[in-house]
Design a protein around this ligand. Structure first.
Ligand SMILES: [Zn+2]
Length: 108
C-alpha cells in the first residue's frame, strides 16, 4: 500500500503465479476474479496492467480477452526475469512496473 501511495504502478501477475501456456481461459478468469477481490479490498481499485509470470511467455488472444473483461488492457512484455518465483509465495506476490524492461499497450 505504501508503494501505491508513493505513486508506483501495481500490476496483475496472476494470483496463483500461473504458467499461462498450461492455463485455460476459465482458470485465468477465476484467478483474476480472486485477484480483483483482493486488490479491491486492499487498495480500493484493481490493476489495469498485466505481466505474465515466467520469462518468454506470449499471451494468447483468449487470455487477453479474459483480462480485458476485468479492465486489464495493458499487457507488459519483458525479457529479464526478476526470479521472484525462487522466494515469493504466489499469494503475496506483487510486481511493480519499474522492474519491467518494455511494454506495449493492448489497444482495442
Ligand atoms: Zn513472478
Amino acid at each position: 500500500m505504501e508503494a501505491v501511495k508513493a505513486g508506483h504502478q501495481v500490476a496483475h501477475h496472476t494470483f496463483a503465479h500461473l504458467r499461462l501456456s498450461n492455463t485455460t481461459s476459465e482458470v485465468l478468469r477465476e484467478d483474476t476474479a480472486t485477484l480483483k477481490k483482493k486488490f479491491d479490498s486492499l487498495l480500493g481499485k484493481s490493476p489495469t496492467y498485466f505481466r505474465a509470470p515466467y520469462v518468454g511467455h506470449q499471451i494468447s488472444k483468449e487470455h487477453a480477452d479474459v483480462l480485458a473483461a476485468f479492465d486489464v488492457k495493458n499487457i507488459i512484455g519483458w525479457s529479464i526475469s526478476t526470479e521472484d518465483w525462487k522466494e515469493a509465495r504466489a499469494y503475496l506476490h506483487f510486481i511493480f512496473a519499474f522492474f519491467l524492461t518494455s511494454f506495449f499497450k493492448y489497444s482495442r
